[in-house]
Design a protein around this ligand. Structure first.
Ligand code: ADP
Ligand code: MG
Length: 323
């Protein structure tokens, strides 16, 4: 049983993830000392997960360790950056070693897989909250920014949409997916950040965002920043079997179009790079689907099979929205 904050740090956080040559000084001093490769830009992003807001109290600690890193890796992927270093600010209600060990296992599994080293952080007592800051490298002209989309560009998404949203609805008692519940729960608890896809498409895609708040909301951010609109073909939205079953039963398209937490990527690609992009897509282990295109104007139109606009509430999750 660690008797102090410092023992806790030494036991669990001083050697976590990969060991990298560009970490000149890691956990243990006032600051970490890190070497950015010559000619690269540093991409930095932070996300906080709060118990009761981002995850249910009592959620499996290993999944939480995985997810807290995964959501940050997803942001880095959406910028086209190669992950390198991570810091972790952990607020814990008590020292529960079984919990901390499981959390670290989930966190370290993903960190090691992507050659990421934990280089510092902060450990405090209080209501359970996890802040993870990711650092990565990006070539100066290759970052996948939100403000570069142009009319005529193509809109692609990775994977399938709505799985995490359906898992959440199921957990809240609003749906019974039968024998698909394990798959859905996995999609909610263990998102796979699309780092490899983003790296492979850097130089072809000109923009990207990760779908954390729902497709319409997140693509909406690209449209707003780029001062353009978009038109989507509803039938082209990639769906898993359970979401297809759910739609057949309910017709509720808000799950794949507006529910969050999938951590798939939405990518913007100039139309003349379509063939090149689809050739690269063949080599990836995640499907890439063409779902629509950027157009002049503003807002997102979603069309059904007959080409008629469908109305879907597009709001993603907003912590400060007035009720
Ligand atoms: P300080 O008081 O100078 O902020 P701390 O006692 O908070 O130092 O941390 C001591 C060292 O341990 C620092 O190098 C810090 O980055 C690291 N550290 C603390 N908590 C964590 C954590 N949860 N994960 C990784 N490193 C941590
Ligand atoms: Mg500190």
């Amino acid at each position: 049983m660690p008797t102090s904050e410092f023992q806790l740090i030494d036991l669990y956080f001083s050697r976590l993830g990969a060991v990298r040559a560009d970490v000149l000084l890691g956990v243990g001093d006032d600051c970490a000392l890190l070497q950015v490769p010559v000619g690269k830009q540093l991409a930095v992003s932070i996300d906080t997960l709060v118990e009761g807001t981002h995850f249910f109290p009592g959620v499996d600690a290993e999944s939480l360790g995985h997810k807290s890193l995964a959501v940050n890796l997803s942001d880095l992927a959406a910028m086209g950056a190669e992950p390198a270093w991570v810091t972790l600010a952990l607020t814990l209600p008590r020292v529960d070693e079984v919990w901390i060990e499981a959390f670290c296992r989930g966190f370290a599994g993903l960190a090691t897989r992507y050659q990421i080293q934990l280089v510092g952080g902060d450990t405090t007592r209080g209501p359970l909250s996890i802040s993870v800051q990711m650092h990565g490298f990006v070539d100066p002209d290759k970052a996948l920014r939100r403000d570069r989309a142009k009319a005529g560009d193509l809109v692609y998404v990775t994977g399938t949409l709505g799985d995490a949203g359906l898992a959440l609805l199921t957990a809240q008692g609003g749906y019974n997916p039968g024998n698909q519940s394990v798959f859905l729960q996995q999609r909610l608890d263990r998102p796979e950040p699309r780092v490899a896809v983003a790296q492979a498409l850097c130089g072809l895609a000109t923009g990207a965002i990760d779908i954390s708040d729902g497709l319409l909301s997140d693509l909406g951010h690209i449209c707003d920043k780029s001062r353009v609109g978009a038109v989507l073909q509803q039938a082209a939205i990639p769906l898993s079997d359970p979401v297809t079953d759910y739609l057949r039963a309910t017709g509720d398209w808000s799950i794949p179009l507006a529910a969050g937490d999938d951590y798939e990527l939405c990518l913007i690609v100039p139309a003349d790079r379509r063939q090149q992009l689809e050739a690269v897509a063949q080599t990836l282990d995640v499907p890439l689907s063409l779902i629509g295109e950027i157009e002049a104007g503003n807002g997102i139109r979603c069309l059904d099979d007959a080409g008629h606009p469908v109305a879907v509430a597009r709001e993603g999750y907003d912590h400060f929205r007035k009720p």
